[in-house]
Design a protein around this ligand. Structure first.
Ligand code: FAD
Ligand code: PHB
Length: 389
């Protein structure tokens, strides 16, 4: 097989890049380790920045997003029974859109199928060869049979556990990591959201988040111990704990019901540098991870796609290497700002096992400052709706 861009990973990064390239007549093949149903079964991000919405529009995949996505002009934050609101539209002129990653991925797969573009599922043993040469190729197996794709470039969109990052030699790669001493236990339930906006809650019992997918599908999270297992938590225990962590009036209004998904995600900040090695480009979770506080994971993957797409367009349409040469630098400059915001917001909202009385006072003072200071709210809002590309 031969293509222009071989894309390893059929998650949101890989699919969005493939669809954008397709609109410019640039050919790609997407290699996905799992089945389509498996990819669509993963419940992940729910809040889209304006930049990702614009990319989906450019890819011709935003019709359902515009019809079904819920525009949020602000968010609620609470500590104990105190609750206040940060108005994104007032501070930045821009809202965010609540629309699940699962739906984004579904729309991209559908567009790909409609365009007759190639996605190979159940691929195993992906190996990237010659990334530091002008003629890279990728080998992989399907049903035990080995295949080879020759290409101009390889996009490593295969998430945190993929092979692309590992392809970059250790002497070139530099990794930065912070692991948090807690996780998030999340559930999805067919119940109306407790509030029409998200609630980020800091409580003495730990963090909680009330989110949603649509008017009858709610997503709730509570900070949990790293040793907890989803099966340790009955639905009833989850709802009781959530109610203790949000303001009383919200707890009283909460409609509970059976969970249809329950999982635990560890929290991690991670960045690898550089994001390019020769003709291999890392995109999204393959290069960086953020804790989910602030919903930057998927959105930061999208900004990588933006820089890579424009770099590849520069190459194929203008014969210029400038965009691909600048990719790592441009992508990382924005990645580190998203890392900073996610780390700051996580530090502000969670209870840490080793937190001293002084640390707690600092947390409360910082939340109070945010509650009462317009400049602090503007800075928070600018980061939440997404810094410019
Ligand atoms: P992925 O979505 O990980 O996609 C990578 C794809 O590559 C996968 O489909 C995988 O099967 C495939 N792959 C892996 N290895 C190979 C291989 N060797 N060969 C071929 N294919 C391969 N972000 C938020 O903003 N909010 C959230 O609430 C949130 N919750 C999350 C919960 C969990 C459990 C996780 C893991 C992430 C969460 N995130 C969240 C982060 C967000 O979902 C990711 O940032 C986003 O999925 C990144 O997209 P991606 O395409 O770069 O990577
Ligand atoms: C979600 O709806 O899954 C979600 C929303 C906001 C976050 C994290 C997760 O900060």
């Amino acid at each position: 097989m031969k293509t222009q861009v071989a894309i390893v990973g059929g998650g949101p990064s890989g699919l969005l890049l493939a669809q954008l390239l397709h609109t410019r007549g640039i050919e790609s093949v997407v290699l996905e380790r799992k089945t389509k149903d498996y990819v669509l079964g993963r419940i992940r991000a729910g809040v889209l920045e304006r930049g990702l919405v614009a990319l989906l529009e450019e890819a011709g995949c935003a019709d359902r997003l515009h019809a079904e996505g819920i525009v949020h002009d602000g968010t609620l934050m609470s500590y104990g029974d105190e609750m206040f609101r940060i108005d994104f539209t007032e501070h930045t002129g821009t809202p965010v859109v609540v629309y699940g990653q699962t739906e984004v991925t579904r729309d991209l797969y559908e567009a790909r199928e409609a365009a007759g573009a190639q996605t190979l599922f159940n691929v195993e043993d992906v190996v990237i060869h010659g990334a530091d040469t002008d003629a890279p190729h990728v080998t992989f197996a399907i049903d035990g049979e080995t295949h080879r794709i020759d290409c101009d470039f390889v996009a490593g969109c295969d998430g945190f556990h993929g092979v692309s990052r590992q392809t970059i030699p250790l002497e070139v790669r530099r990794e930065y990591e912070k692991v948090y001493p807690f996780g998030w236990l999340g559930i999805l339930s067919r119940t109306p959201p407790v509030n029409h906006e998200l609630i980020y809650a800091n409580s003495p019992r730990g963090f909680a988040l009330c989110s949603m997918r649509n008017e009858n599908l709610s997503r709730y999270y509570i900070q949990c111990s790293l040793s907890d297992k989803p099966e340790d938590w009955t639905d009833d225990a989850f709802w009781q704990e959530l109610k203790r962590r949000i303001p009383a009036d919200q707890a009283n209004a909460l409609v509970t019901g059976p969970s249809i998904e329950k999982s635990i995600a560890p929290l991690r900040s991670f960045v690898t540098e550089p994001m390019r090695w020769g003709r291999l480009f890392l995109c999204g979770d393959a290069a960086h991870i953020v804790p989910p506080t602030g919903a930057k994971g998927l959105n930061t993957a999208a900004s990588d796609v933006h820089y890579l797409y424009n770099g590849l367009r520069d190459w194929y349409e203008n014969g210029s290497a400038e965009g691909v040469d600048l990719y790592s630098e441009l992508a990382l400059a924005r990645v580190w700002k998203a890392e900073r915001f996610s780390w700051w917001f996580s530090s502000l909202m969670h209870r840490y096992p080793d937190q001293s009385e002084f640390d707690l006072k600092m947390q409360v003072a910082e939340i109070e400052f945010l509650r009462t200071n317009a400049a602090a709210q503007k800075a928070m809002a600018e980061n939440y709706v997404g810094l410019p590309y």
